[in-house]
Design a protein around this ligand. Sequence first.
Ligand code: GUN
Ligand code: FE
Length: 441
Amino acid sequence: VRVYRGGFAHSTRDSALLVLTDCVLGVNARGRIAFCEEGHNVESLSRQWGFEMSDVVQLGPHEFFMPGMVDTHIHASQYTYSGTHLDLPLLDWLNIYTFPVESRYEDLDFAKDAYTKVVKRTLRNGTTTACYFATIHTEASLLLGDITDDFGQRALIGKVCMDRNPLVPEYKELTNECKKETDRFITELLRKKFALVKPIVTPRFAMSCSSALLSNLGKTARNNDLHIQSHISENKEEVQFVKALFPECKSYTDVYAKHGLLTSKTVMAHGCHLTDEELETFHEKGAALSHCPNSNISLISGLLNVRNVLNHKVKLGLGTDVAGGYSSSMLDAIRKAVDTSKALCIQDAQLQPLSYKEAFRLATLGGSEVLSLDDCLGNFEVEKDFDALRVNVCVPGSPIDVFPGDDLEVLLEKFLNLGDDRNIVEVYVAGKRVVPFPDSK
Ligand code: GUN
Ligand code: FE
């Protein structure tokens, strides 16, 4: 076992934030947490587990471990233009900026450069698990799988499915071709037997898929017990279009439900304009939402009422939604989730704002629940994989200043609100240190 001693912060089922100022945590050879106990037990643990006291890695006074963050919605293929193109609403943004760029991923050299950069950037930013959209191209999507595996990031990879694209008809597939390529993508990715990288069935959204394609994808997910991801009720104009395209369905949620795409392994991005009745359906089906607050503001889509989603007991996580969201950092998603909630509180004084502790939970344990991975990651419970960030608030050039009396809870709050990748000195996924990158990378 490898053993760390010092401050730890994580969420549990009962508590949004649990701070352990002196804790000893052991990681076994399989990368799982062997024990996590109070520091004063270290000597009996060393006898029990057979480690030397001199081998214990002692964290500094301004350091702590927190769980790795889970980005439940990110478009790897849009990373090339993140931080730009934020001047149009969703549907124009897709047609004018997004589809022309995504078309370029037929070129594997272009794909390799972009996908390597997004995986490295998100890992440095502390995203240990990412739920990725790629593009419609099977080969480039498989390449994204290879790259995440190579860097040791845990990932779900979606080859995007779309057989309807009226304004940019060159960026779509024929229905049958899409079905065939989706099956090939899933088979090939599973054949690689990556420990941490799996396929996810990815209809882009109802507007870009025929009913026949949606049904087929629902069947594919069911037959192979796969995750599903898409977009829902992001923008009011989109909601109106979907109503017109699927008049037999009583709501946007009903479109996905009727096509077998709303399961306990489904994660839908946005959901800003869902009704209470639709949220009830999400709860009944065990389907999850990815809250992407940067994107929702950047594309002027809407303000998700997280409190209402939580009150409906819908599984909820955070997503960066690069490049609709301009930041690839989950720390930004945490901040924007709190900001969005506070903005809604300005309009409705009855509303309880989202606390930083709740946002921390959404970015870690909440994300693991969204992806149905909460029995293997999300916090520091024994037997879970050690997916963790070693944070140091006092590195050279740190954006954080520390004052006498700042305890571990304060250091965490400052890191969440003020910190950046300079403060994330090490990143572990399944017990393996993946940041700093090895010299070969
Ligand atoms: N809806 C359908 N496709 C997309 C996309 O690429 N980004 C966002 N934000 N919404 C979408
Ligand atoms: Fe998105």
